[in-house]
Design a protein around this ligand. Sequence first.
Ligand code: FAD
Length: 500
Amino acid sequence: MSDGSIINRIVIVGGGTAGWMAAAALAHAFEGAGKTVILVESEAIGIIGVGEATIPEILKFNARLGIDEADFLRETKATFKLGIEFDGWRREGERYFHPFGAFGLDMEGIAFHHFWLKACAEGGSAPLETYSMAWQAARRGRFVHPQGGPQSPLSSLGYAYHFDAALYAAFLRRFAEGLGVVRREGRVVEVQQAADGDIAGVRLADGRIIEGDFFIDCTGFIGLLIEQALRSGYEDWSSWLPCDSAVAVPCEREEPLSPYTRSTAREAGWQWRIPLQHRVGNGYVYSSAHISHQEAEDALMGRLEGTALAEPRRLRFATGRRKDCWKRNCVAVGLSSGFLEPLESTSIHLIQSAITKLITLFPSQKNSEGLRSEFNALMEEEFVTVRDFLILHYKVNQRAGPFWSQVRDMPIPDRLAAKIALFEETGRIVRRDHDIFSESSWLAVAVGQGLTPQGRHPISDVIGHDANLGRLSAIRDSIWRTADALPTHADALSATMARR
Ligand code: FAD
């Protein structure tokens, strides 16, 4: 341990996606700064390993570490993801798409959807996703990297990945160990605290003690350091997001390889389908108050589109967030910091975001109240924003059944209620700082779930009805022509992986 309160030894406990993302990023950020990064994990305990879908921010994480996309795709069996198809969420038989990237084209400063709303109000417009480059590529099973200037449809594309989370952790482990991260295998049986309450070290089952100045708790749901030792506390959000269980099973790879996640509404929750290179991830996220675990498992297995490759795996979770993600000399990253169901693939992003904020606010000394409270406030804001976005999917639904009427009738957080009201009245979506979802994301889900704004931006009336329809149809034609000419997802993937 170092003298005084300078932080020299950083100990990460846990080696799942969170642990190895933290190890890789910290080792990279502090390269040459004389800090030692140690990661302790227990193979016997294992990792949760079901995080498979991501949002576009993951590109920034990989880029910051200098990870080559071709290597990443090969090593993690990743595919490209252009968004999420929501099947039956508004009502049975209807579907919509949450695309990454923007709708339409750049309209000189005013969001495209106001011109679309004008066309809807005056008659004659096609559905919103007609104007999404990402959806038009996705539904054709095609992919290309974003490119071109603001008037090119391909500039409006955004993308992320589906990948094998266990392989990503292994990939980052090699990266981190290459930068000097020291891995210790063993089960932590005791968290040792100094007289002032700070964590001083962890004792392993074989008696070894690993001391440190600063600790990162990546131990998953159990929160061994942040909760079991430091009693940070947990804010439970299950009254808004009542799903508390999941059952997951991988299937054989299917053709064609679709470049998007599918989320299908079910009687007591929803089912995911995530295509990877070597398999398809499937799972049913449900409320155990509305369906038994066995019924949920049977429902999932009965609806699989391919041959199962393993036995189904059941998982339980409590939706909410750790009250203080940073307490004393310990920061919780990953499932130890809270959990929001994977409806919008946000967990890995929340890991990335916590690590990025921690690096920005990393203290020089252990005693760092100001930095700690800023970090906690930022993480709270981020969790709350994701929470509200997820609630929107449930609140605005017209499905039948007890689960769906419960979530439709529930009271929602005031700020989400205000956001919905503003959108319905004016067609505006106002994003606050730290909202990871773009205006297009909120728009896609709000419109997809069935909200219809009464108003729109007045500038949309500068253009006449016929001219507006003409412009929309030109945009549509340009997007559709472009989509028709794109390579298939499988070809785009092979070509990218072949790049050296
Ligand atoms: P874990 O994977 O649980 O890792 C915990 C680590 O701590 C392990 O290495 C374990 O060995 C170690 N550990 C624990 N106790 C001890 C101990 N006593 N001694 C030593 N080591 C210990 N996220 C997404 O972004 N996209 C998705 O599509 C997605 N889907 C999900 C679906 C479900 C059903 C669930 C439950 C989660 C999903 N997630 C998803 C979340 C994602 O799985 C996690 O955010 C991610 O895997 C990070 O987990 P973790 O590293 O925090 O915890």
